[in-house]
Design a protein around this ligand. Structure first.
Ligand code: NAD
Length: 427
């Protein structure tokens, strides 16, 4: 390979590396804040990383050892908070980056948590329920010395859900000899889950879009929307935007894209998806390949599937004037620069998808009180927090004359840094 193509390869790898992407956002904000080198290092590095080997008895009687991690990036503002993902591609760099993102996300919405993240290298699609349960319980037991309602409170992430959280809660409770619901969030409703949690991230995306529209002087009924992904964030986000009067012209899942220039009947699309497991086969629309969906003509683009979707390769072809990041890291740092130079407004992930962690915080509060709120109360408190956070980020963007992503980092880092200064260095 020539030196030029090796350099191009390296540049591409760097563009897609989540830790490098997080570090870039962090450094830009730290420069604006004038943070000294020592404080930068304190805030950039994870406080604690745990790597565990997990022997699990498989259904065929053999034993397999899985590798898992839990990273606690920062617990200056409160217990660590962050999901656990089960995926073959999990690696320590990714878990580190996601843990740091959680610190900044909790800080942007000003909830009293730090950031953490966990992951296990496994392929859940090839594992039985029994194998997944044994893996989850072993992982919980292996990391439980650093868990606790006052120390670190996990939640679902990729390929983990309510059932996984129920197993974690049970395993932890069996060890401490009392039912401890506040040890995880995202649990089923009848074992300490919160009303409104399932819809919370999509609802936060909708609230962010409403605020962004007001900021740039547009109305929902004049706004054509493309949503990538139809899962928890994309599907629910699209439904709530549709109810607000936005015209959703396209939705996608990992198998394909649906498009209707006159606007999709989102409840009907989602009913079809629920029934058949795919968007494929839905009538009343055109079916397109996924490549190119993000470049469709629209005003608002909501990438809500996965990371690194808008890159240096397609950023120039994006037509939306507003992007609300439902997924974590859907735009690479280089793509964000290209889009910002073109005048596209990006509501960054650490603000736009913070509805989920905010209602996770409500779940933790309700579990600790043993008193559960109505869905109306959950939704109105979520709205209050999201709107306030949006206004603070917008104000910071004006004050520093920076894009909203940098502003969100400035706000978040400044809050954590000020706690650090008040608490001082324990020696
Ligand atoms: P999900 O598994 O419920 O849904 C993902 C959706 O994206 C599915 O419809 C899938 O088919 C689709 N998809 C995957 N790859 C695609 C591709 N290349 N093109 C088009 N569609 C594709 O996941 P989710 O919970 O909705 O999470 C989506 C993103 O939002 C992730 O980045 C996640 O980390 C982030 N996020 C989720 C939450 C939450 O509360 N669920 C909170 C914050 C951030």
């Amino acid at each position: 390979m020539s030196t030029v193509s090796m350099a191009a390869n390296q540049a591409k790898q760097d563009e897609f590396n989540p830790f490098k992407s997080m570090a870039k956002g962090f450094d830009t904000a730290a420069d604006h804040l004038g943070l000294d080198d020592g404080l930068r290092e304190v805030l950039r590095l994870p406080e604690r990383e745990l790597k565990v080997s997990l022997p699990v008895m498989m259904d065929n009687g053999s034993t397999r050892v899985f590798e898992g991690y839990r990273v606690q990036h920062n617990f200056l503002r409160g217990p660590c908070k962050g999901g656990i993902r089960f995926d073959p591609h999990v690696n320590i760099d990714e878990v580190r980056a996601l843990a740091a993102w959680m610190t900044w996300k909790c800080s942007v919405v000003n909830i009293p948590f730090g950031g953490g993240k966990g992951g296990v290298i496994c392929d859940p699609r090839t594992m039985s329920q029994g194998e997944l349960e044994r893996l989850t319980r072993r992982y919980t037991a292996a990391i439980m010395d650093i868990l606790g309602p006052d120390r670190d409170v996990p939640a679902p992430d990729m390929n983990t859900g309510e059932q996984t959280m129920a197993w974690i809660m049970d395993t932890y409770s069996m060890h401490v000899r009392r039912t401890t619901t506040a040890i995880v969030t995202g649990k089923p409703l009848n074992i300490g889950g919160s009303r409104g949690r399932r819809e919370a991230t999509g609802r936060g995306v909708m609230i962010s879009a409403n605020e962004a529209l007001k900021m740039i002087g547009m109305r929902p009924e004049d706004t054509r929307v493309v949503v990538q992904g139809s899962g928890n964030v994309g599907g629910i986000g699209a439904l709530l935007l549709h109810r607000e009067g936005y015209k959703i012209v396209s939705l996608s899942d990992m198998y394909g894209t649906v498009y209707n220039d006159a606007g999709l009947d989102v409840p009907a699309v989602l009913a079809h998806l629920n029934e058949s497991g795919r968007l494929e086969g839905y009538d009343e629309c055109e079916h397109l390949p996924n490549a190119g969906q993000l470049e469709l003509d629209c005003d608002l683009l909501v990438p809500a599937a996965t990371e690194n979707q808008i890159t240096s390769e397609n950023a120039d072809r994006i037509k939306a004037r507003l992007i609300v990041e439902g997924a974590n890291g859907p735009c690479t740092a280089i793509a964000s620069e290209i889009l910002t130079d073109r005048g596209v407004v990006i509501v960054p992930d650490i603000l736009a998808n913070a509805g989920g962690v905010t209602v996770s915080y409500f779940e933790w509060v309700q579990d600790r009180m043993g008193y559960f709120w109505t869905e109306e109360i959950v939704n109105s408190r979520l709205e209050q927090i999201m709107v306030e956070a949006f206004q603070e980020v917008a104000e910071t963007a004006r004050k520093y004359d920076v894009p909203m992503r940098t502003a969100a980092y400035i706000l978040a880092i400044d809050r954590v840094a000020s706690v650090y200064k008040l608490r001082g260095v324990f020696a």
